[in-house]
Design a protein around this ligand. Structure first.
Ligand SMILES: Cc1cc2nc3c(=O)[nH]c(=O)nc-3n(C[C@H](O)[C@H](O)[C@H](O)COP(=O)(O)O)c2cc1C
Ligand code: SF4
Ligand code: SF4
Length: 344
C-alpha cells in the first residue's frame, strides 16, 4: 500500500464522457452552462464548449447528463462515460444503458416505454436533479405535503429516526451556503489548485492519497471539483437559488444505521416532489453544519440529532425530466434451480 501512496496521482488516468453539441440546433440559452454541476462548460461564440478540452479544467465530463436533460433544443449528446482506469478509485461499473425494465433485447426509446410504466416507475426514471429554479415560492401547503411523504418511509425497528427543518428564509440559506462553503474550501485548495513548486505538489498528492485511504468517500476527484465550484465559483449557489431547502436530520440513537432510514425518508420526499412537478436536488455539503456550532445552534439542531442531508426544492425553470442512460451495476443471480451464481 505504501508504494501506491507514492505512485497514485491526484488525477488518476481517467477517460471522460464527451459533451457533444450541435451548433445548428443550439440557441445559446446557457441552460447547459448553468446546470453543469462541475461548471465544465462555457459559451464561446454562443456555443457551449467543454473547459476540459480547452485545458481549463483538470476534470472532464462526469457523464451525469444534466445538460442533455435540460437542453430545450435537443442539441446535446453525451457520449461515452466517466471511467477511472487505474488506482484506488478505479471504476467497477458496466456500460451505460437506458431504462429497460422489461428486459427487451433492444431498449426502446423512452417515449415508447413510458406508456407501459406505472406512474411511480415514470417518476423514478424521469427524475433528474434540478439545478435551475424559478424564484417563485413554493406554498407552505405543498412543502408540508412532500415532507409528509418522508414520514412514511420504512425504518429499522420502525424507529423513524428523522426530523426535518424547512427553510425558505433566503438570508438564512445564504448564511448556511457561505459558512459550509468556507469549511470545505481547503479540500479544493489541496486537491484542485496547483502551484507552489514540485515538492509542494508532491506533498499535496501524498496527503490526498493518505486521506483517501482514511476517508475514501471524500477524495474522489469529482467531489474535489464540486467543492471547488461551491467554494470558489461566485456565480454558483450551494442551494442552486432554490426557494426552499429541506434539511434532513437523523437521531443518532436510531437502530442500525440511521443514515439509511433518513435517506429513504429523503427520497420519498424527492419522489413525491417530482410527482407534483416540483424540482429537487440533494445538497450534501450541509453536513458541514456539524462543524459550525453557532449555526447549528441557530438552526435548533441538538443532540441526539445530526445533519444527514438536504434537499433543495422549487419550481423548475426548464423541463429536466428526461430519462438518461445509466451504467449497469454487476448483478449476481442465484436461481431457484441452483444453477447459480450467474453474473450479469
Ligand atoms: C446524497 C447526495 C448528495 C448530493 N449533493 C449534491 C450537491 O451538493 N450539489 C449538487 O449539485 N448535486 C448533488 N447531488 C446530485 C448528484 O450530483 C446527482 O444525483 C447525480 O449527478 C445524478 O444525476 P441525477 O440526479 O440527475 O440523476 C447529490 C446527490 C446525492 C444522492
Ligand atoms: S442548453 Fe442547448 S440550446 Fe441552450 S446553450 Fe446549451 S446546447 Fe445550446
Ligand atoms: S454530462 Fe454533466 S458533467 Fe458532463 S457536461 Fe453535461 S452537465 Fe456537465
Amino acid at each position: 500500500m505504501s508504494a501506491r501512496l507514492f505512485d497514485d496521482r491526484r488525477y488518476p488516468r481517467t477517460s471522460f464522457a464527451r459533451f457533444v453539441v450541435d451548433p445548428e440546433k443550439c440557441n445559446a440559452c446557457r441552460k447547459c452552462v448553468d446546470t453543469c454541476p462541475g461548471q465544465l462548460l462555457k459559451l464561446v461564440d454562443d456555443v457551449p464548449v467543454n473547459r476540459h478540452e480547452t485545458g481549463e479544467s483538470a476534470l472532464g465530463c462526469i457523464g451525469c447528463k444534466n445538460c442533455f436533460a435540460v437542453c430545450p433544443e435537443g442539441a446535446i449528446d453525451v457520449r461515452g462515460q466517466y471511467r477511472v482506469e487505474e488506482g484506488y478509485y478505479r471504476t467497477t461499473l458496466g456500460a451505460p444503458a437506458f431504462p429497460n425494465p422489461f428486459g427487451d433485447p433492444e431498449a426502446p426509446p423512452f417515449e415508447e416505454l413510458a406508456p407501459k410504466l406505472t406512474p411511480v416507475e415514470r417518476v423514478i426514471y424521469q427524475r433528474r436533479s434540478v439545478r435551475l429554479f424559478k424564484k417563485k415560492a413554493v406554498p407552505e401547503a405543498i412543502l408540508r405535503r412532500v415532507v409528509e411523504a418522508g414520514r412514511f418511509a420504512p425504518s429499522q425497528g420502525n424507529c423513524q429516526p428523522w426530523r426535518f427543518v424547512v427553510i425558505t428564509d433566503r438570508a438564512l440559506l445564504d448564511r448556511i451556503g457561505e459558512e459550509c462553503g468556507r469549511r470545505v474550501a481547503p479540500v479544493a485548495g489541496m486537491y484542485v489548485r496547483s502551484g507552489g513548486g514540485a515538492l509542494r505538489e508532491r506533498l499535496k498528492t501524498l496527503a490526498v492519497n493518505a486521506l483517501s485511504r482514511l476517508t475514501p468517500n471524500n477524495f474522489d476527484q469529482r467531489l474535489a471539483h464540486g467543492i471547488d465550484t461551491v467554494a470558489n465559483d461566485e456565480r454558483w449557489d450551494m442551494f442552486l437559488h432554490a426557494p426552499a431547502l429541506i434539511l434532513v436530520l437523523g437521531d443518532k440513537r436510531g437502530i442500525g444505521e440511521p443514515l439509511i432510514d433518513c435517506m429513504l425518508a429523503a427520497h420519498n420526499v424527492v419522489l413525491a416532489a417530482h410527482s407534483l412537478e416540483l424540482g429537487t436536488c440533494y445538497v450534501g455539503f450541509v453536513k458541514m453544519i456539524e462543524t459550525l456550532p453557532e449555526l447549528k445552534r441557530d438552526l435548533g439542531i441538538e443532540w441526539p440529532f445530526k445533519v444527514m442531508t438536504s434537499i433543495a426544492v422549487g419550481w423548475p425553470r426548464t423541463r429536466a425530466d428526461r430519462a438518461v442512460a445509466r451504467e449497469r451495476p454487476r448483478v449476481t443471480w442465484f436461481p431457484a434451480d441452483r444453477s447459480g451464481p450467474r453474473e450479469e
